[in-house]
Design a protein around this ligand. Structure first.
Ligand SMILES: NC(=O)C1=CN([C@@H]2O[C@H](COP(=O)(O)OP(=O)(O)OC[C@H]3O[C@@H](n4cnc5c(N)ncnc54)[C@H](OP(=O)(O)O)[C@@H]3O)[C@@H](O)[C@H]2O)C=CC1
Ligand SMILES: O=C(O)CCC(=O)C(=O)O
Length: 444
């Protein structure tokens, strides 16, 4: 059996109830075959792959909190510190009822390669809880965040592990967590990113993941001889990534026809109105059913359905495994040119394969959504030098990082004779730096 197959088999056997983690490991290791085969003896001797798929540390803890009626609740908190070969652990905190250890491990594993792709010195980690922020009052959110940080603060720090936002964790939650960290540890440091601008946050971090997705999409299309201006797009999600992807796409001359939340989706033939979307989601924390009040010409549909709309580009920006094989078939049938992932692992393995086999340009999340964590690393730099850069400075750096990632991904695939396979390109480019660092640091 090949080294890659042996490691995949052992991951499945050792972590039986973690399908998302299996999926992420399979996607990465299978596409790394050419690199692994070329270096098999060297990597086997030091158990490089076995160490890469085993987190350095997994922390699981109780998060008790009290609701507005005086009732106590208990959630489970997680932080997976996956790999620190190239820098302190870095990755977001997900608050969603679906969170379990397998999901946090898949996200942490992806983060290792994503963070390497940014070319910045950040290792990979991820955390979260099965707490559901939906429908909770600000006081309840604060109670949860303070309790979560009361335990987490023992394991993180500006030079060890720097969490940030993810699904369900935005500026409000980061603020409450930062306040509690400072209160318990007594240090004012850049321990979290995505902070508010008045206490060490970076301009453009809010926009970074969505904007970065479009910078990469634009560059990748350009390398394929296609101009992004004048194209149409389907976007899923209506959270942080989706909103700023829609905003940048619109600025680049793309008409975005859809967005969605976990209840339903919107079709706006005139192009999604991003100001209305921001008011609904960022200000009112409301549902997409509200959108029609702002845009009477639009349609609201219950359930899922974004991928059946005919468009040139598909940008999944909601969650994992939201673009299935049947969706990939619909996209191909409708002549979709490119799928670029704003979310983490939104496309299933079968759907990815189908899209690639049918000539759709496919950019994987670990490259396409790396702009968020890259800008978090820029926030860390600003915190270290106790300075703040302007929006334009950060945005220019973000754009240059995304263009660099695009070229590294394209070139790595070419180097191994798989031109146009950007899943392979991104995985190889991300893997090489982490592998070099791990080899140099001995068995640890
Ligand atoms: N924020 C960031 O900087 C980065 C985020 N990502 C990834 O991007 C994706 C979106 O994150 P972000 O925008 O920050 O999160 P938000 O919480 O801001 O928004 C998430 C969006 O996805 C929808 N959604 C969440 N879960 C589901 C589900 N199970 N089914 C259908 N829709 C769902 C939400 O709908 P509803 O409100 O109804 O739940 C919401 O519209 C995630 O995969 C995240 O890991 C990647 C890189 C960086
Ligand atoms: O900004 C960060 O540190 C985390 C971003 C994140 O969670 C991600 O890239 O998936």
């Amino acid at each position: 059996m090949s080294y890659v197959d042996e490691v995949i088999e052992s991951v499945v056997a050792k972590n039986p109830a973690e399908p998302e983690f299996h999926q992420a490991v399979k996607e990465v290791l299978e596409s790394l075959r050419p690199v692994i085969e070329a270096n098999e003896e060297k990597y086997r001797k030091v158990a490089l792959l076995e160490r890469m798929v085993e987190p350095e540390r997994q922390i699981k803890f109780r998060v008790p909190w009290v609701d507005d009626k005086g009732q106590a609740h208990v959630n489970t908190g997680y932080r997976v510190q996956f790999n620190s070969a190239i820098g302190p652990y870095k990755g977001g905190i997900r608050l969603h009822p679906s969170v379990n250890i397998g999901i946090i491990k898949f996200l942490g594993f992806e983060q290792v390669f994503k963070n390497s792709l940014t070319s910045l010195p950040i290792g990979g980690g991820k955390g979260g809880s099965d707490f559901d922020p939906k429908g909770k009052s600000d006081r309840e959110i604060m109670a949860f965040c303070q309790s979560f940080m009361t335990e987490l603060c023992k394991y993180i720090g500006a030079d060890t592990d720097v969490p940030a936002g993810d699904i369900g964790t935005g500026a409000r939650e980061i603020g409450f967590m930062f306040g509690q960290y400072k209160r318990i540890r007594g240090v004012y440091e850049g321990v979290l990113t995505g902070k508010g601008l008045s206490y060490g946050g970076s301009l453009a971090r809010t926009e970074a993941t969505g904007y970065g997705l479009l910078y990469l999409t634009q560059e990748l299309l350009k390398l394929n001889g296609i101009d992004i201006a004048g194209k149409t797009a389907c976007v899923s999600g209506s959270g942080n990534v989706a909103i700023y992807a829609i905003e940048k796409a619109t600025q680049l001359g793309v008409k975005v026809l859809t967005c969605s939340d976990s209840n339903g989706w919107v079709y706006d033939p005139d192009g999604i109105d991003v100001a209305a979307l921001k008011e609904i989601k960022e200000v009112n924390r409301a549902r997409l059913t509200e959108y029609k009040k702002y845009r009477p010409n639009s349609e609201y549909h219950e359930g899922r359905g974004v991928w059946v709309v005919k468009a040139d580009l598909a940008l999944p920006c909601a969650t994992q495994n939201e673009l299935l094989l049947e969706d990939a078939k619909a996209l191909v049938e409708n002549g979709c040119t490119a799928v670029c992932e704003g979310a983490n692992m939104p496309t299933t393995l079968e759907a990815t394969k189908y899209l690639q086999e049918h000539g759709v340009i496919f950019a994987p999340g670990k490259a396409a959504n790396a702009g968020g964590v890259a800008t978090s690393a820029l926030e860390m730099s600003q915190n270290s030098e106790r300075l703040s850069w302007t929006f334009d400075e950060v945005d220019a750096k973000l754009k240059s990082i995304m263009i660099n990632i695009t070229h590294n991904m394209v070139d790595a695939a070419k180097r191994y004779g798989h031109e146009g396979d950007y899943v392979m390109g991104a995985n190889i480019a991300g893997f090489e730096k982490v592998a070099d660092a791990m080899m140099a640091q001995g068995i640890c």
